[in-house]
Design a binder for this molecule. Structure first.
Ligand code: EPU
Length: 421
């Protein structure tokens, strides 16, 4: 199993570039199952979860051709197996994104139920309820959800009980091929949903309101091929901004979309970091070395992203004062706290709130990555810790960050990967 060895204390300087968004690429790849024609996607990040989604598409019968430089051509001429097997689903919960497209295209879908997860229960009941409203019959047996559709799905009005990102994406994809109009209310407004809607529109779908909480879809009989470039990964870019700030560095984060990062950059500015736009798609962060504590509460977009909470907590360990960090999306997303505490952070958890008292000098230690974003937070802490930190189980970080150690090293971090990949 790979580990990172990080020697703390180096300021990050220079430039780092952002990859395509993992969480946009996943639904966009699943959307390729909706048509028999080829879909060409650019800027697909080379991260483990994307590898899993590609396996899922191949399993279903799609052909994938890598055209180099993050471009992939997907063609699902026929769906041989409308199924997402347990072996793939257990490594990536977003596998449930194929449920809607498979049911809509073939009238059949069999998707393994995801099990528990490090950050919370993460059920898919809202995907299932929505598909039922669209007219599918769903049954659960042997750990699988099976959907059957007689004829076409039927457009309807679906109001999500709570906001779900992949749930919105799953049902949006299904609705494109339904008969008549579907309205998704209380829909997720994340940029990844909007990106998916853009691709679907290029494929011939009729969608209005993506990016708002009411999405209206006029179903069509068929979708066709298209070409699309994935948006920048706002979580990766945000992680880099915080890496620059925590090290008191001067770092330009290129190829990002600053408009997707406004909640984070506002907090970081309030905390004392200087963040400026350096031309289109680039943000420069300068850490003053004197950060102030600023509270954060996670929320659905455009609120503070839960996927940046762990990294922000690492940043706040270096800020003067007490910050209250509240997690409202997932019930167990504080797995990084104990590991940060082992490095010397002063953090107390009270229910869904972490109370961070800073600044704390951190010292290098052996720590274990428990999930994707928790791992990123440990890497940030290690960048300012005294001495060496060894982060174990970095396969978690490889699920969603493309070559993070190479990107950080190029900006001056002393980080090395050890172990065989
Ligand atoms: N929920 C339900 N029932 C459902 C679906 C969701 O109760 O059917 C609950 C969840 O348990 C959670 C809340 O609703 O408490 C929100 O979950 P959501 O469905 O929005 O999460 P997701 O779609 O499974 C995506 C991202 C996550 C990100 C969340 C929240 C992808 C592939 N994953 O997950 O990304 O944290 O939205 O923004 O888009 C990550 O990249 O590290 C990651 C975990």
């Amino acid at each position: 199993m790979d580990k990172f060895s990080i020697q703390g204390g180096a300021r990050l300087e220079g430039e780092v570039s952002t990859s395509g968004s993992k969480n946009a690429a996943l639904p966009v790849l699943a959307a390729c199952l909706l048509t028999e024609e080829p879909v060409v996607l650019h800027r697909i990040p080379k991260v483990r979860d994307i590898g899993t989604m590609k396996k899922l598409l191949r399993h279903a019968g799609a052909e994938l051709e890598e055209l180099g430089n993050g471009t992939v051509r997907v063609q699902a001429c026929a769906i041989r197996k409308p199924e997402a097997p347990y072996d793939l689903v257990k490594t990536m919960r977003a596998s449930s994104l194929v449920l809607g497209p498979l049911a809509a295209r073939t009238g059949r879908a069999r998707v393994s139920l995801p099990g528990g997860c490090a950050i919370g229960a993460r059920p898919i009941n809202l995907h299932v309820a929505g598909l039922e409203q669209l007219g599918a019959r769903l049954e659960q047996s042997h750990g699988y959800i099976e959907a059957k559709v007689e004829g076409r799905l039927q457009g309807t009005q679906i109001r999500f009980e709570r906001i779900t990102v992949t749930g919105t994406e799953d049902l949006l994809m299904a609705a494109t091929l339904a008969e008549g109009e579907t309205v998704l209310e209380n829909a997720a407004r994340e940029p990844e949903v909007t990106d998916l809607a853009e691709l679907l529109t290029k494929m011939g779908a009729r969608i209005e309101g993506a990016g708002t909480s009411a999405i209206r879809v006029q179903g069509v009989e068929k979708l066709h091929g298209a070409e699309h470039t994935i948006i920048a990964d706002r979580i990766e870019a945000g992680t880099f901004l915080m890496a620059g700030a925590i090290t008191g560095g001067d770092l330009v984060v290129r190829d990002c979309q600053p408009e997707h990062l406004e909640e984070l950059t506002a907090k970081m500015r309030q905390a004392g970091a200087t963040i400026t736009e350096e031309g289109p798609g680039a943000l420069r962060v300068r850490g003053s070395g004197r950060l102030r504590a600023v509270d954060a509460t996670t929320a659905e977009y455009p609120g503070f992203a839960t996927d940046l909470q762990a990294q922000y907590m690492a940043l706040m360990t270096q800020a003067q004062g007490i910050s209250f960090i509240t997690e409202t999306i997932f019930e167990n997303r504080f797995m990084h706290v104990l590991e940060l505490a082992r490095m010397g952070a002063n953090i107390r958890i009270e229910g869904s709130q972490a109370i961070v008292a800073g600044p704390s000098p951190l010292s290098g230690a052996n720590v274990i990555a428990s999930d994707l974003r928790a791992s990123a937070s440990l890497v940030l802490a290690a960048l300012v810790a005294d001495g060496e930190t060894v982060v174990d189980r970095v396969y978690h970080i490889d699920r969603g960050y493309e070559k993070i150690e190479e990107k950080l090293a190029a900006a001056g971090a002393r980080i090395k990967r050890a172990g065989s990949k």
